[in-house]
Ligand binder design. Sequence first.
Ligand SMILES: [Fe+2]
Ligand SMILES: [Fe+2]
Length: 370
Amino acid sequence: MEKIIERKREPEPVHTNRNIEEMTARLVKEREKVALLPRVLRAADTNWTVGIQAFRRMWVSMTPAERFSKAPVCTMALMEQILEPGMKGGRHRHVREAIFYIIEGEGYEIHDDKRYDWSAGDIMTVPSYCDHQHFNPSAKQQARMWFSIAPLVEYMGIHWIEQIEMRSNYSIPPDAEPIYGPDKKVAGYRTKDGQEFKLGFSETIQGRIRVRPEDIMHIEKPRDTYELYMKRLEEQLKWRLSVPHVVRNEEVPWEDTRMGRIKFFIGPHRDGGLKTYDAFVQELPPGGASGRHRHAAEEVHKILEGKGYEIHDGVRHDWDAEDVVCIPPYVVHQHFNRDPHHPARFVAFQSGWYNFIGHGGIDHLEDAKP
Ligand SMILES: [Fe+2]
Ligand SMILES: [Fe+2]
């Protein structure tokens, strides 16, 4: 008969951890830091620079390391760019979605070989991993765009960017050495410390990220749960290939809502080439105020005209034309026009990421005042 040996376990030392306590401390510290960041970013404090893409100014950085360094929002990097008359921007492709509001001028896009026209007052969107380039064909007028891209994609481990072509009139940094392509044109450059930057598509990455329409298996009736997942990929690809990339100003009606007079460009009622942004334009009547509400989604405004102020959780923050207003999650907010004679107008981008974890929607607290 087999002898059963009873083994006695030595008492093991039990290590303790303070994971929850440390996380709590970290979150408290972050809240305190965010509370000190300005709600209004001033146009005068933001410099224009020129890069491979366009003439730009960065309002809120897209780098994860700079999260909550300048503004109390983190799901939307914020930028503005100018295309001088006759100029084209750099051609490129990235996994991040991007949303643009055209402040002035008119021009067009080439997105995956398809042309989309835009002019001042329109919202233009770049779906994830869409090959895109902006063109300003005007001989006289510059085009200016306010835009946002979603830095969260980088945390998700799928971000990638490919620069295909440089903007018009771009010259490589003065101390860099050009790299030439087979056609003897500049195809990149090498910096003094040996860093190489090359233009072009990455076929390997494309193969992973992008499912080509010809690869679709056309599952009409999924036989099991696994095929439901296969169908989801097909549906999402079809969505990306079919959604409008420009929502024209004239297509969008003004609505007199409980929050005030608003044109809803992208939201629960209308797709606009992306999943992670909602966008609207709001007008505040002379001396008037918006409704008062709160929501989890971060919201940012670019002031298009007028002057006014915000009340955020009881604290006043003044703004003027061209400024940017940041509204962090759950802050009770209301917008006021401080000019008794002229309307004020702003374009708002709201992050759509919150919808995916059940934190979407609006908690309405007070109706707009005329
Ligand atoms: Fe882009
Ligand atoms: Fe809001």
